[in-house]
Write a protein that binds this ligand. Structure first.
Ligand SMILES: Nc1ncnc2c1ncn2[C@@H]1O[C@H](COP(=O)(O)OP(=O)(O)OP(=O)(O)O)[C@@H](O)[C@H]1O
Length: 263
């Protein structure tokens, strides 16, 4: 695989080992991957296969052990300093003593944006996630799905081109998840962001992605990369089409193949 200069994220032979009291844990082993501009890439694999570690390495929250990793052509450290990405965590992680507006404005405050600019951007992102009218509420006054939308708004507020999302809808019920999946696809289409999205759900990965990265554990490796053949326009009903089911089948096969390494 050759490195592509237009890649938003590029990994070559990426290895990341945690040193623990019980010895080394090889979380990522020889990962090769390119994420292109405007891609929606899902990472799927069993618990412990290194999905979160990969996202954290991109975000410079973990340091690689060896290999190469670039983000927008820079080292993860430089990319972090340039605020190249927004990060959405598994749990909403909003500050309960701040209103939704103040939560979303927090990164803008830290970056030194003027009050007017903060207001403008908060209003813009609240609209993107369909939360207009909730700016003066506190997080605990919102449902779990709305809180997660507020977290997405916060990650979007400073308009980074890259959005890193670590299983953002994992704790939500299926109806809310379906709704948020649809909303996220619309948001992605409107904003042309590049999205890296961790999930445990095969239907979610297939529904959302232009590219699905199947990973296997011990140590975390990429076992398959599937380029989606689904159209950009995806009503929820697409999940019953033969094309969708065929991609889901390939993901399942990839997950199964990964498991056979584990003895
Ligand atoms: N800070 C850490 N120190 C030591 N080991 C860690 C650390 N973080 C993760 N690990 C280990 O690295 C491996 C990969 O973990 P990671 O959280 O990336 O997996 P994951 O695929 O995201 O799992 P899940 O789906 O359960 O969130 C696991 O074996 C985990 O126990």
């Amino acid at each position: 695989m050759t490195s592509s200069s237009s890649s938003v994220v590029s990994a070559r032979n990426l290895c990341l080992t945690y040193q623990t009291n019980d010895g080394p844990v090889h979380a990522l082993s020889n990962v090769d991957l390119d994420v292109g501009k405007g891609d929606f890439v899902s990472f799927i694999g069993p618990s412990g296969c290194g999905k979160t570690t990969f996202l954290r390495a991109i975000a410079d929250l973990e340091k690689k052990t060896s290999g190469d990793l670039t983000v927008n052509g820079m080292s993860p450290e430089d990319a972090r300093e340039k605020r190249s990405y927004g990060y959405v965590f598994q749990a909403p992680a909003l500050y309960p003593w701040r209103t939704i507006e103040k939560n979303i404005a927090l990164p803008l405050e830290i970056m030194g944006h003027s009050k007017d600019e903060q207001k403008r951007r908060v209003a813009q992102t609240l609209e993107l996630v369909n939360l207009n009218g909730f700016e003066h509420k506190y997080p605990w006054q919102l449902s779990g799905g709305m809180q997660q939308r507020a977290s997405i708004a916060r990650a979007l507020a400073f308009d980074a081109d890259l959005l890193l999302m670590d299983e953002p809808f994992g704790a939500l019920d299926e109806i809310v998840r379906d709704y948020l999946n649809e909303q996220l696809l619309k948001l992605w289409a409107r904003t042309n962001k590049t999205i890296c999205f961790v999930t445990h759900s095969i239907p979610e990965a297939v529904y959302l992605s232009t590219k699905i990265v199947v990973m296997s554990p011990r140590p975390g490796r990429v076992t398959d990369i599937i380029d989606s053949t689904l159209p950009a326009e995806r009503p929820l009903g697409i999940r019953e089409t033969p094309e969708f089911l065929e991609i889901a089948h390939r993901v399942r096969e990839g997950l199964r193949a990964g498991h056979s390494y584990e003895e």
